[in-house]
Design a binder for this molecule. Structure first.
Ligand SMILES: Nc1ncnc2c1ncn2[C@@H]1O[C@H](COP(=O)(O)OP(=O)(O)OP(=O)(O)O)[C@@H](O)[C@H]1O
Ligand SMILES: [Mg+2]
Length: 349
C-alpha cells in the first residue's frame, strides 16, 4: 500500500505532497497536474515513465527532480528517485530508506496497473503496443524475465550497430555477429518462455472476463506469432540463417522485438474488425486479466491507477471497474467529482 508521495520539481509540480487512502480521487480542471501525479507514482515503482520520456519528468525551470514515495509492506519504506540533467545526459539514482538500489530491485515491489483513456490502442495500434504491455506486466512478476529483457536489448543494440556498419561498408568483419547470436539465444528463449506462459493465462481467462463485461458469449483468443523458433538451439540457427538478410537491412529483422500478438474475437482478428464498444470491452477485459495475473504471480494486489477513464465508460463497464477498484488500493483522477464511487479520499488540485 502506498501512503504518500512528495514531489520536487516533478513536471508541473515544483513542490507537492499527497497522502493516499484505499481509494483516492484526485480531482481538478484540465492541466492541473493530475496525470503528472500518477506518472510520479508509476516512475517510483517501475523506474520508467508510462507516458513521456525521462528527461521530460524534470520541471522546465529546474535541472533535477526528486520524488519520495512512502510505501508500506511489513514496514514503511521511502523510495526516493532522483533525476538530474547534465546538459545532454541524464543521471538517475534510486534509494530505499537511504540505501542505493538498482532499478531491478525496485520493480515488482508493488505491482501496478494503469488505465488510460486510450487503452483501446492496445487493440487497434501496431504490435509494439502489445509487446510493451506484456513486457510491462511480466517484468513485475519475474526478475528472470527482466534480466533476460535487459540483456536481450543490450546485445540487440550491439548487433544492430554492427549490422549498420556492415551494411554501410564501415567494417567488413562479420565474426562478431556469431558471438552476438550466441549471446542472444539464451535471453530470447527465456523471453519466449515467459511470454508463452502469459499468453496461456490470457487464453484461459479472457473470454470469461470479456463475457462478463459485454454480456455476450463471445470467444476471445490470443495468438503469439513468433518470428523465431522457441528452442534455444533453433533460435541460434535461425539468427544465423537471418544474417544475410539482416546485413542487407542493417538491423535485426526477427526476434522478440518484432513479434506480433494477435487478438481474435470469435476467430476474427480484432485489430480492424471491432466496433468501438467491442474494442472498449476487450481492452478492459485485458486490463482486468492483467490485474489478476499480477495478483496471482506476486501474491500482492496491484495498485490501480485510473487516469480519467470512468467518464469514458458506460454504466455497466464503470461498474466492473469500480468493483475491481474496491478490492485493492486505487487512485483515480478526474475533472469532476465522480458520483459512481463512494467512500474515497478526495484531493482537490
Ligand atoms: N517538465 C514539465 N515542466 C513543467 N510543466 C510540465 C512539464 N511537463 C508537463 N508539464 C505541464 O503539466 C501540466 C499538467 O499536465 P497533466 O497531464 O498532469 O494535467 P491533467 O491535470 O492530467 O490534465 P487533463 O485533465 O487534461 O488530463 C500541463 O500543462 C503540461 O504542460
Ligand atoms: Mg490527465
Amino acid at each position: 500500500m502506498i501512503k504518500s508521495i512528495k514531489l520536487n520539481n516533478f513536471k508541473s509540480h515544483p513542490s507537492l505532497g499527497v497522502d493516499f487512502d484505499n481509494i483516492t480521487a484526485i480531482v481538478g480542471k484540465n492541466a492541473t497536474g493530475k496525470t503528472n501525479i500518477l506518472e510520479a507514482i508509476y516512475y517510483s515503482l517501475i523506474t520508467k515513465p508510462f507516458k513521456s520520456n525521462r528527461a521530460s519528468l524534470i520541471n522546465y525551470d529546474s535541472d533535477f527532480t526528486k520524488i519520495n514515495l512512502i510505501y508500506e509492506s511489513e514496514k514503511e519504506n521511502d523510495i526516493e528517485s532522483r533525476l538530474k540533467s547534465n546538459g545532454r545526459s541524464l543521471s538517475s539514482t534510486i534509494t530505499i530508506n537511504g540505501v542505493k538500489k538498482r532499478a531491478s530491485e525496485v520493480i515488482g515491489l508493488q505491482p501496478i496497473v494503469v488505465f488510460v483513456p486510450d487503452d483501446s490502442r492496445l487493440i487497434t495500434d501496431g504490435p509494439q503496443f502489445r509487446r510493451n504491455l506484456i513486457n510491462s506486466i511480466i517484468i513485475q512478476t519475474s526478475k528472470d524475465y527482466l534480466n533476460a529483457l535487459n540483456k536481450f536489448q543490450k546485445i540487440l543494440n550491439q548487433r544492430n550497430r554492427l549490422l549498420y556498419s556492415l551494411r554501410n561498408n564501415l567494417t567488413s568483419s562479420k565474426d562478431q555477429l556469431f558471438v552476438y547470436n550466441l549471446q542472444l539465444a539464451e535471453p530470447i528463449s527465456t523471453i519466449y518462455k515467459y511470454r508463452d506462459e502469459f499468453i496461456s493465462f490470457l487464453n484461459n481467462n479472457l473470454s470469461e472476463k470479456y463475457s462478463s463485461i459485454s454480456g455476450s458469449k463471445d470467444k476471445v483468443h490470443v495468438d503469439y506469432l513468433n518470428t523465431l523458433a522457441k528452442d534455444k538451439d533453433d533460435i541460434l540457427k535461425m539468427l544465423e540463417s537471418n544474417t544475410v538478410d539482416d546485413i542487407r537491412l542493417g538491423y535485426t529483422s526477427k526476434g522478440p522485438h518484432k513479434d506480433e500478438i494477435l487478438i481474435s474475437l470469435n476467430d476474427f482478428p480484432s485489430r480492424d474488425n471491432l466496433s468501438r464498444g467491442e474494442n472498449r470491452s476487450l481492452s478492459l477485459a485485458i486490463k482486468l486479466a492483467e490485474i489478476e495475473y499480477l495478483k496471482i504471480k506476486t501474491s500482492t494486489p496491484p495498485l490501480l491507477l485510473l487516469d480519467d477513464v470512468l467518464s469514458e465508460l458506460d454504466s455497466d463497464r464503470q461498474k466492473h471497474l469500480i468493483e475491481q477498484a474496491e478490492k485493492q488500493q486505487t487512485i483515480i483522477t478526474s475533472t469532476e467529482i465522480d458520483k459512481s464511487i463512494s467512500g474515497y479520499k478526495l484531493i482537490n488540485l
